[in-house]
Design a protein around this ligand. Structure first.
Ligand SMILES: [Zn+2]
Length: 301
């Protein structure tokens, strides 16, 4: 279902998801055999693209894929089924299937080109294949797992335990003090690039508690009034990003130098100028990130 209140890329998929427990197998097979169904191949998370668009193929092309390739049912749009096929077994993007009609493009690059609807569909496919890549064996007994029909879960061939996609919850938060917000940079990012601070939520913690803990650990900032804004499925790390705005009690920073290379307060007018492309005094994350969407929301407040 559409949720127009969520501004995030990878969210708001146009597909309705299918979970028909009883006859999932029959439904899956019938839709795979229907040439009206569409298939998007991904090589190691990179979608096949042609002319700046995802190359959705007819399901009639399925016999041309390797038999071992994982196939997942993503959902339905206008009664047409969409599937993702993982062609990662190919040694390179150049030798993967269907390079005669297009090329496999990094998702971060594709994200800036394709429609939001297509990005949500492809992000979903990438998410499942990323989960599948990292969870091929049963966490219960170590046996091999196989995708169940549809691909939304896997099952162990030894002990028959069911396994569902692992979703890693992350709190990402913008601490605000008067007309400034706190932005920082991890060691992995180049100088001049700053973003909202973020961290994985720990077991037994609420997202709001995680947000408070992370800001205190990384910057020594105490926050109140932690306000949930929106969330984003983030297929690169199988994370569910939960975005917050929060009020800082003060401005004094104690930086965790192991986690961060830089963290400081930025005035709203300066952030606005960067968001609008008027200055390049510093760089913020691209529009397809939730960090950017938090900044956009804050400057409009
Ligand atoms: Zn098992």
């Amino acid at each position: 279902m559409k949720n127009d209140a969520n501004p995030n890329w990878f969210a708001n998929s146009p597909l309705s998801r299918i979970n028909i427990e009883k006859d999932q197998e029959a439904f899956f097979k019938a839709r795979l055999a229907n040439p009206d169904s569409l298939v998007i191949p991904l090589w190691r998370g990179e979608p096949l693209m042609t002319d700046g668009k995802p190359a959705f193929l007819s399901a009639a092309a399925l016999p041309e894929f390797p038999k071992s390739a994982d196939v997942i049912l993503l959902g339905l749009k206008d009664d047409r089924a969409y599937f993702g096929v993982d062609v990662s077994a190919a040694a390179s993007a150049e030798t993967a299937p269907f390079t005669d009609i297009g090329e496999y493009v990094q998702l971060r690059i594709a994200a800036g080109v394709i429609t939001r609807d297509d990005l949500a569909i492809i992000g979903q496919a990438r998410w499942y294949f990323e989960w599948r890549r990292k969870h091929r064996f049963c966490a219960n007994c170590g046996g091999e797992t196989r995708l169940e029909a549809g691909g939304a879960k896997s099952r162990c061939v030894e002990c028959e335990e069911e396994h569902f996609p692992r979703i890693n919850p992350v709190a990402i938060m913008l601490a605000i003090h008067e007309d400034s917000c706190l932005l920082g940079r991890g060691h992995q990012f180049p100088p001049g690039f700053v973003s909202a601070l973020a961290g994985f939520i720990e077991a037994g913690e609420t997202p709001e508690e995680g947000a408070r803990r992370e800001l205190f650990e990384e910057a020594g900032i105490v926050i109140d009034n932690v306000r949930y804004q929106f969330s984003q499925p983030w297929p690169f790390t199988c994370s569910l990003m939960m975005g917050f705005l929060a009020d800082a009690r003060g401005r004094e920073i104690t930086m965790d130098t192991e986690e961060l290379a830089e963290v400081r307060w930025f005035e709203k007018d300066d952030v606005k100028a960067v968001l609008n492309g008027e200055t390049r005094d510093f760089n913020v994350p691209p529009k397809f990130t939730i960090a950017r969407q938090l900044l956009e929301r804050w400057v409009k407040e």
